[in-house]
Design a protein around this ligand. Structure first.
Ligand code: NI
Ligand code: MN
Length: 226
């Protein structure tokens, strides 16, 4: 399968049977490597409700007829606006035509902006995707937590981990997460989009290397064969 980094936490995962767009945020994304209007995909997978992970989900789902796979509340929120959805919850997996998706724990928050009071949208999640004999883990936005050990038991080929700090793990905690996840390869995400999450990914790679972990830094637009 092919994995293309589209900037921030957005990835296109092309399996033999479907194109999956993870955390679609291209419009208004300073790091976007593609325009939402130019994207085609078969499914949209969302880790949580924040706009920097869901921004283009509704428009893409409507235009392409692609189902949104997300936690139950987030799925219902988009279903009420005309999207095709498949709601799940942490710990639950489902066999889709392209492979299996399991939502995992993530320690974060999940909401949509709505004036004075945000709409709270279920549990933040990670995405564990198994297709074509490979396992890809998109951690979503999360803190470091010990249960990453359990997620690692799936035997992860590629782990996509936030390193931006402030809202999520920073480089040190992301490197510590690798000791628990033990993936074949890690790719940093969720950094340098805005000044508040400015990070040097080479520093993360060096910390990871000290623990014996392989890191591939993808520039927005770069593709990796998984
Ligand atoms: Ni978030
Ligand atoms: Mn985020």
């Amino acid at each position: 399968m092919r994995l293309t980094f589209l900037g921030h936490a957005c990835f296109l995962l092309e399996t033999s049977r479907a194109r999956l767009l993870l955390d679609p945020f291209l419009t208004g994304n300073p790091a976007a490597a593609a325009r939402a209007e130019d994207i085609t995909c078969d499914y949209l997978l969302l880790s949580h409700g924040h706009e920097d992970h869901t921004g283009d989900a509704l428009a893409l789902s409507r235009r392409l007829g692609a189902p949104i796979i997300a936690n139950f509340e987030l799925a219902e929120y988009f279903a009420a606006q005309g999207a095709k959805v498949h709601g799940m919850n942490p710990g639950g997996g489902f066999n889709f035509p392209f492979g299996r998706v399991k939502l995992t724990l993530a320690h974060h928050s999940s909401s949509a902006e709505a004036g004075l009071r945000p709409i709270y949208l279920g549990s933040p999640c990670g995405l564990l995707i198994q297709a074509d004999g490979k396992t890809v883990y998109h951690a979503g936005d999360t803190a470091l937590f010990l249960d990453l050990q359990l997620i690692g038991k799936a035997g992860i080929d590629v782990a996509l981990l936030p390193i931006g700090d402030n809202y999520t793990m920073g480089p040190e905690d992301a490197a510590a997460a690798l000791d628990l996840l033990r993936p074949r390869l890690a790719v940093p995400m969720h950094y340098n989009t805005w000044p508040v999450i400015a990070q040097d990914p080479a520093r993360f790679a060096a910390l990871a290397a000290a623990g014996g972990h392989a890191v591939k830094i993808l520039a927005p637009g770069a593709t990796l064969e998984v």
